[in-house]
Design a protein around this ligand. Structure first.
Ligand SMILES: [Zn+2]
Length: 454
């Protein structure tokens, strides 16, 4: 998702389309930024095998001072993620119940006789209100991240980013909601099917445009070849082994160090805009071998077609989500519409009822999309470790060291609660990833991995 890392609490409301699309995290990053990311269940270390493993115990540990910070910061992140999700839904409801949306609709109608302009005013107001509603939580999250030394972004720069995100929502979000609202008006009975038909092309277009239109508004990118030619040479070895067609012109370095101490790398774009981005907090700060592993993980998302698969999964899931949400929204408008100042879903206020229902569905289905995401991330971890076999001396040690660096940089909690993992984490926990890596050695007895024949 565009901006999903930056706008975590924004999710259920703001980019309303995206309430729906938030169902699937479309950016397979190596590490997600805000809420950290574990696997369900299993917070025990993998059972020690007879095979020579580099570590027989917990592979991811933190020094006591860091551990205390990680636990405290994780608690704040988790609470904010859940409270933010619920608040987004409650906020929409309060404004419905107080007839505030109905008043905004009436105000827009007084301002102009043109329907589409009324809609534009109404949806701009929607994005401004929802942004303001989530701002206190966003500020608190950023404050916590700064005080624990993860974020190093200045407040003016941070507010600048929020302003840009709002501007994008005002332009593109308003256009999308105008289209959606028009579809509801045009086909009042079967609108959910129309919404479903247009959502996928919009998602694909957003993903295509994100690295070239959106990301450069927030961060600076340089060809990796320019900044780390030595590293590019090393990466070419992984490219050759994986057989991917990722030329150096598609490898970028993002200047993240002005904003965070966290490590990250991700794949973004599709087709002509597809690229691999490595943060400058990663390349140069941790050993090159570990960057190769991270790159191998990202290549795994490419090779294993994770983006098309997630799009297909989204399409499948949304078909039922839209159908169910439309039914529920129709019922709510009949039941509560008179009190909320609307009598049909196709009115502006009625459309908010639909967004309200979609927000609830999005919140409740988050564990489902996170479950799929964790599966893909685990596959990419395996792929990454296999991709550096024969290139680095010991893939197990390299992967474990990379996870240790990752966990320490983000202050990842070593033992998150299973419920939090299940609900919020879109990557397996660092603990789980490191433990798996420590024991993954398919070559031990002349065997080979899952994705490579040697
Ligand atoms: Zn990943």
């Amino acid at each position: 998702m565009p901006l999903s890392n930056r706008l975590v609490f924004f999710r259920p409301f703001a980019v309303a389309l995206l309430a729906a699309l938030a169902l699937i995290p479309t950016r397979p990053a190596y590490a997600q930024t805000v809420p950290p990311q574990p696997a369900p269940g299993l917070s025990q270390p993998a059972p020690a095998q007879a095979a020579p493993a580099p570590s027989q115990q917990q592979a991811y540990t933190l020094a006591p001072d860091k551990l205390a910070k990680a636990i405290a910061l994780s608690r704040i992140r988790n609470i904010l993620a859940i409270v933010g999700g619920i608040w987004g839904i409650v906020f929409l409801w309060i404004l419905l119940a107080t007839r505030a949306w109905a008043r905004v609709e009436a105000w827009a109608q007084r301002r102009t006789p043109r329907r589409w302009l009324q809609g534009a005013l109404f949806f701009c107001a929607f994005f401004i209100f929802t942004t303001l509603a989530s701002l206190p939580l966003d500020i608190y999250a950023e404050h916590a991240s700064r005080s624990y030394g993860v974020s190093v972004q200045s407040w003016p720069s941070w507010f600048g980013d929020q302003g840009k995100a709002l501007a994008i929502a005002l332009v593109f979000g308003t256009l999308v909601l105008l289209l959606f609202n028009w579809i509801v008006r045009r086909w009042p009975r079967r609108y959910w099917f129309g919404l479903w038909l247009v959502t996928l092309p919009i998602l694909v277009a957003v993903m295509f445009a994100e690295p070239v239109l959106i990301e450069p508004l927030f961060d600076k990118f340089q060809p990796l070849q320019q900044t780390d030619p030595g590293l590019v040479q090393q990466l070419e070895k992984v490219v050759a082994r994986t057989g991917t067609d990722i030329p150096p012109s598609r490898m970028f370095l993002m200047k993240a160090s002005v904003k965070t101490n966290g490590l990250n790398a991700y794949v973004s774009g599709i087709g002509a805009t597809k690229r691999i981005v490595v943060w400058d907090t990663t390349a140069g700060r941790i050993p090159d071998d570990e960057v190769l592993f991270i790159f191998g993980h990202e290549s795994g998302h490419y090779v294993l077609n994770h983006i098309p698969k997630m799009l297909a999964g989204t399409a499948f899931g949304l078909f039922f989500v839209y159908w169910g949400c439309a039914g529920l929204a129709d019922w709510m408008v009949r039941r509560f519409g008179p009190a909320w100042g609307t009598n049909e879903v196709s009115s502006r206020t009625g459309f908010i009822v639909l967004l309200f229902v979609i927000s609830i569905a999005s919140f409740l289905l988050e564990p489902v999309s996170n479950g799929f995401s964790r599966y893909f991330e685990h596959q990419a971890d395996i792929y990454g470790q296999e991709a550096i076999h024969g290139i680095v001396p010991n893939p197990q040690l390299t992967a474990v060291a990379a996870f240790d660096h990752l966990g320490e940089a983000w202050l990842e909690e070593p033992n998150p609660s299973p419920f939090i993992e299940f609900w919020l984490y879109n990557h397996p926990s660092v603990e789980h990833r490191a433990n798996f890596a420590a024991h993954y050695n398919p070559w031990a007895n002349g065997g080979h991995g899952e994705f490579f024949t040697h």
